[in-house]
Ligand binder design. Sequence first.
Ligand code: MN
Length: 362
Amino acid sequence: MPLGHTIVEGSSLRVLHTSDLHLSAGNPRTLEALEHILDVARQENADIVTIAGDMFDSARDANELRPQLRDLLSENGFEILVLPGNHDATAFTQNTFYGNDVFPLIDKPVTVREYEDLLIAGVPFRERLDDDVALRIREVSDFTGTKILLLHCTLDIGLGSGGFGEEEAIRYMPVSSAKLAGLGFDYILAGHFHSSLHEQKLASGGLFVYPGSPVSLTRKERGRRSAYLIDTESKKTQAIELSTFYCDELEVTISPGTEKAWVEQIEQWAKHHKGKNCDVRVIAKGFTEMPEAELKQQIEAAAGGIHVDFRVRGIENILRYPIYQRFKQRLLNDDGIDDKERVDMMMLTVVSRLAEEGELDL
Ligand SMILES: [Mn+2]
């Protein structure tokens, strides 16, 4: 352990949770995100910051950045507990020093830090949560105060591929919510899932939290980024919106007659997504009865400077098509179809594709 001093006292402790910063010298946004997280921890009077894995993009990045991070990670007035993840599993050893505030949780299979009424346990990165390890973790949870477990894992909740950064193919430490519920912790603060904040009540009454990456690393991490705050005395939990760099996009599928409503919606969305520290875009698809250039101009005005990928096509020829007219008449008369607009869009898409392929004469 580094020569840190325990700065945390008192029974009410505030824990700010994040993970997957993927700090890398090649991506300055990740370093800005770290500085912002530390600012937020100060503003929120956090006593402890937890990072549940992949603080660094690689052990090489950790090695490269360590000297310049030491001042930043010292004398903050809070502890920073860092769990090695699959990207930085070998970055922390008995001999590495990241700053006075940093406590790497590197003792296998589980590292424990005890405070007055709080216990924080961390499982340094491993590929599987075997039964013997689960048993060790469960033993640790025999404590009377609040119990927090830090894990870098893949929860089986169908969050879809793509959410776990580049690790989609390999499911690191797959765990079920039932298994986690059996570990006996009040909070399981996890890492590895990048896309967005995800919180879930466990059958045990415990709470599982993925904070999502605090900075968009690719276009897959969409929307404003969050960190997660827990007050161990009041039991209040709260997602904290960060002002770190993020990506986002709005995809709209226009159908004839809905143009005005979509333009208004794009305007509202754009109002909430303006700003320098983001990469956002509007993707407009579908069909319009308006002149294409006119709609494009309206959408761009509504987007107010946000990039617009305009893929909408005019529909006038297709609307006049007998096959489409007959279909539309039937659709309108059929009371058995709930989502007529969607069915209409599908037909327009098919007819338009056939027309493009020269299968129909306009
Ligand atoms: Mn990661």
